[in-house]
Ligand binder design. Structure first.
Ligand code: NAG
Length: 473
């Protein structure tokens, strides 16, 4: 542990989505583990819903409650994307943008050394530099996704990307990418998120937020590693002209403490009863909604464990309904679980061979840290870009779909699961996933990335008299 005068105070400002707050929290725990102080800024109900840090780190991580202002069309009490239907998320961004004053006040009174911020608060870099605080734009995206989004000029103007098709260009790489790549959206993926990308009811597009936030920061950090995507990391460095820090894949560090009781016991028993390497684990996260006609019936050909959220978002009224008698029919070999399940423990179990996933990066990290083969079925956001990166590396197998509307051909879900499980030709996908295990799960590799970032933080912190000089300029 460093001397006390070397200890840093670092502020974290993640976006209001648990898929963002969780990796921020993971990094916060690593940093606190090195003796530095963290102020974690989040809306009050989100703080209450986040897992508590372990007791030895808790004194170093303070949660700072930032109540959201009321905004028209934003339901009362909604503080995270999972509290809202997709089309209401822009109002959450609008409320978030109104936090500029409280955040500035907090920074001024607490005087941290560094602030790490997400894509949404693109405005905080400027506030930080005015106050003499160093800043990091910390994206939870990988380098391929950020690299695909491109440099600032792409969103500031010009004709480069105007229609959904412009985001699907393949086989041509974007001009700033000096190698051939498949990384791009598919038509049905970009159609769903085109509004958010181009500018939604919050008034500011997501791509603008990313790039403006990266323009005003001192350094850029992202959830990536040289072991996985060195070429994309150099694209980012060339593109941004400022230091770029991959901070590792941030696999979850704690064994999950929730669900320790009956639910895990019965899940474990049913997994124990299956042969090693035969079960498909199926889960699409907390915000994606599969249609049972696409998946349910087809799944019945293999033993599976389906963690099914029937109500996907809090405001969702259309519940996912399984076909009549489905659960009864598959009971002999499979299991559908509609309550919360300990995903890490399931993925760690030897009976599990494959993970049918929406390709959200946290889920990918969890599965690959146990070397499980990935079958990809994307829904939203950056999932399409993640899937293409995994497909290109032959780490993940994409379920064939109609490029234009995303529908699956009959039998192609079951067929994909079977191919990757047993066929000789698809052996590569199973082996590659196993090779990824150290890259995604090794604590030593993760620690090196954290140390590297912290060394930079130490060396480039502003000392008091520099700060005063900076402000009076
Ligand atoms: C793909 O979807 C589009 C739009 O729904 C449809 O017109 C087209 O026929 C489909 N293609 C195939 C091969 O099914």
């Amino acid at each position: 542990m460093a001397d006390t005068h070397d200890n840093l105070h670092i502020v974290m400002l993640p976006w209001l989505a648990f898929g963002h707050m969780m990796p921020y929290m993971e990094l916060a725990k690593w940093i606190a583990g090195k003796g530095h102080r963290i102020s974690f800024l989040a809306a009050p109900r989100n703080i209450d819903r986040l897992p508590k840090p372990p007791p030895d780190l808790a004194p170093l991580i303070s949660f700072v409650r930032l109540p959201l202002p009321a905004v028209e069309h934003l339901p009362e009490g909604a503080e995270a994307t999972s509290d809202l239907p997709y089309d209401k998320v822009p109002y959450l961004k609008k409320a978030y943008d109104m936090l500029q004053d409280p955040v500035a006040q907090f920074l001024e009174s607490s005087d941290p050394d560094w602030i790490m911020y997400d894509f949404a608060p693109y405005w905080v870099g400027e506030i930080a530099s005015r106050l003499g605080i160093r800043s990091v734009s910390f994206a939870i995206l990988n380098a391929a996704s950020l690299g695909f989004l491109g440099p600032m000029w792409v969103s500031k103007g010009g004709d480069y990307r105007k229609t959904p098709e412009d985001f699907t260009i393949f086989p041509t790489s974007p001009k700033w990418v000096p190698f051939p790549t498949k990384v791009a959206f598919r038509h049905f993926e970009i159609k769903k998120i085109f509004d958010a990308i181009m500018g939604d009811a919050s008034g500011i597009s997501d791509t603008y937020r990313f790039r403006a936030g990266q323009e005003s920061c001192d350094i850029i950090a992202l959830r990536s590693s040289y072991e996985l995507e060195p070429e994309w990391l150099s694209v980012l460095k060339d593109m941004q002209g400022k230091p770029v820090f991959p901070i590792g894949q941030l696999p979850p560090s704690d064994p999950e403490t929730r669900g320790e009781t009956d639910s895990w016991q019965s899940i474990k028993e049913s997994l124990d009863a299956r042969k090693k390497g035969t079960v498909v684990y199926v889960a699409f996260g907390s915000e994606a909604k599969p249609s049972q006609t696409e998946l349910g019936l087809e799944l019945s050909v293999l033993p599976f464990f389906w963690a099914l959220k029937t109500q996907v978002r809090a405001a969702d009224t259309e519940l996912v309904v399984l076909p009549d008698g489905f659960e009864e029919r598959v009971k002999g070999h499979s299991m559908v679980c509609k309550s919360w399940v300990p995903q890490l423990k399931i993925l760690a179990h030897d009976s599990v061979a494959e993970f049918l996933t929406h390709a959200e990066w946290s889920s990918v990290v969890e599965a690959l840290s146990f070397g499980r083969a990935l079958i990809l079925f994307t829904f939203l956001a950056d999932q399409g870009l993640n899937a293409k990166l995994l497909e290109e590396r032959q780490i993940g197998y994409p379920i064939p779909r109609n490029e234009s509307d995303g529908s699956v051909m009959r039998h192609s879900v079951a067929e994909s699961l079977r191919l990757v499980m047993v066929e000789e030709e698809e052996r590569l996908y199973r082996e590659k996933a196993k090779e990824m295990r150290p890259i995604f799960g090794d604590k030593g590799i993760q620690e090196r990335y954290v140390n590297n970032l912290l060394n930079y933080f130490q060396e480039h912190r502003l000392v008091k008299h520099q700060k005063t000089a900076g402000i009076s300029k």
